[in-house]
Design a protein around this ligand. Sequence first.
Ligand SMILES: [Zn+2]
Ligand SMILES: [Zn+2]
Length: 411
Amino acid sequence: MADPVDFEPTAAALASARRARTLALCPECFGRVFGRLGHGLSNPERAARLEKALGMARPVGGEECLLCGGTFERLPTWVERVVRAAEGFEWHRFTCGSRWDPERLAHEEALWSEVGSEWGESARSAFNRELGKRVEGRTGARGGPERPDVVFLADLPVGRVEFTVLPEYVKGRYRKLDRTLPQTRWPCRRCRGRGCDACHGTGKTYPTSVEEIIAAPLLAATRAEGSRFHGMGREDIDARMLGRGRPFVLELVRPRVRSVDLAQVARELSVSAAGRVEVLDLAPSEAAEVLRVKEATPEKSYRVGVVGEASVEKVNEALAVAVGRAIAQRTPARVAHRRSDRVRTRRVVAARVVEAAAGRFTLEVRTEAGTYVKEWVEGDGGRTEPSLSSLLGTPLKVDFLDVSEVHDTET
Ligand SMILES: [Zn+2]
Ligand SMILES: [Zn+2]
């Protein structure tokens, strides 16, 4: 509460207040016409100060306010509507707003110039602030624009609250040990997810996925309506994901519960996913992390089993030529049906032979983001040039391929 000496309206302000006082305005709206005059006062307090300075007492009762139509008097009702709209959901941070009849807001600005006030504050921002304060007081939640759990929009003309639940985010890294598991849910191509004979009514091409395995205990714990999986890139279904794992963010849509024991979820996953997926570093996250994960272009290391007739010496010579040199990669034949056909330039950053036997060898390869490693080894019918196969002058076939590291942080 401000000291009364802070509030010393000028003669111009008092003249304007005298004009405004003749109109049917509630204390909130009358005070708000001078909302930027004097600090630390609520609008009704400001109204009382002005009325005292003018020597004009407020009559008891009176007409409906011509600015807000009684909206500010109904604030307690709006608080109740907010609380009821969010019943059954856990929330700690909220944002609130309001939708007004545009004519009412235009009328307000016209009134400011009519009475000659240059200190007016808009009804909408005052209403939003007052509603926010009261909802904070009633619920203990924190209002503000920063990362809200829920958003309330008071639709004043309609008389109801629109309620939006924002997602909860959990991040981590996953290792995939199973060569039959896609990263995300893969809808059946035939029925596009509705369920048909080809997919035995499941709507899916594969029975499960990294996404579904990780999401299951989190969906149960948060009672969310669904989830979206955001991986930092993806590996092929038949590739394992090893090393420190691949970063991901799981978005939980319309969660009812937000206080989740992630250590408990990690323990459940270590049992339910055993042998297929390992989840590391499970932690709370936020929407901005989804962008960071999607936009990251980390180098990756692979372990590649290759079948082909080439001596270790020849392979090493070819690798010495290949490393650091630009590779032109046309969109691989195997993905050309779903990606536009174009030529990318990528580089192999490092490569070496780690094992060799008659007719086969194993490479450890580190590449720039977006390099098609299988195609770089095999050549993809000339679509990747130069390839290890073209440099060696002999056909090569990738037998297996694992991602051994995603280098999103220094290692
Ligand atoms: Zn009013
Ligand atoms: Zn199907």
